[in-house]
Design a protein around this ligand. Structure first.
Ligand SMILES: [Zn+2]
Length: 76
């Protein structure tokens, strides 16, 4: 594998808390793929993102990470 991923749950004390990802990559294409998969997996399993039109904070972060990874991948 060209990367390793670690999810860390941050309990914010109130609200649903949030996930923070720690990812190490060698390959930006791989990063975009993995970020997209993580986004899909979250969207399918998160009650907030499934029900609400606006994604939860973790969903937004994942979407942002995916778009950023895709931008980086295109630059190569
Ligand atoms: Zn969510």
């Amino acid at each position: 594998m060209a990367h390793s991923i670690e999810w860390q749950w941050r309990d914010t004390g109130s609200g649903p808390g949030r996930m923070q990802r720690v990812i190490v990559y060698d390959d930006v294409e791989d990063e975009a793929q993995t970020a997209y998969r993580a986004f899909l997996v979250h969207s399918a399993s998160c009650e907030t993102c499934k029900r609400a039109e606006v994604p939860c904070e973790a969903g937004r972060e994942l979407g942002k990470a995916y778009r950023a990874a895709r931008r980086r991948a295109r630059q190569h």
